[in-house]
Design a protein around this ligand. Structure first.
Ligand code: FES
Length: 135
């Protein structure tokens, strides 16, 4: 059995520590060791995007990133979006928009979509329809 490695990272603004096997994915660390199950696993091969989180300000597929590679980093997951809502709103405007337009559909991949859109609007707050479709 491989030797475990001590890691620490910030998730949604809260510091966490763990002891992990070097091959453990960030997604499995978040879900199984930290009990943060808001990020979902679909394909587990980097295609579907369900597991997308923001890592040090950039989206990553948490099924492809090893937990040890996230050592010392800052992770924003879907639960952390609501904390970024303003004026006392319970949800981030992106989350509210998904509800109002039924954008969540079945909801399984919604956490990945929300984080992807959050990153996109941070880079381009007023995208054209073409830019949205491209993204
Ligand atoms: Fe599909 Fe990670 S679970 S991209």
């Amino acid at each position: 059995m491989p030797e475990k490695v001590a890691i620490e990272m910030t998730v949604n603004g809260k510091r966490y520590e763990g002891l992990v096997e070097p091959r453990l994915s960030l997604a499995d660390f978040l879900r199984d060791q930290l009990g943060l199950t808001g990020t979902h696993l679909g394909c587990e091969q980097g295609i579907c995007g369900s597991c997308t989180v923001l890592f040090n300000g950039e989206t990553v597929r948490s099924c492809l990133l090893l937990a040890v590679q996230a050592q010392g980093g800052a992770i924003l997951r879907v639960e952390g979006l609501a904390a970024k809502a303003k004026n006392g709103a319970p949800l981030h405007p992106i989350q509210q928009g998904f509800i109002e337009t039924l954008g969540f559909q079945c909801g399984f991949c919604t956490p990945g979509f929300l984080i992807t859109i959050y990153e996109f609007l941070g880079e381009n707050p007023s995208p054209s329809e073409a830019e949205i479709r491209e993204r």
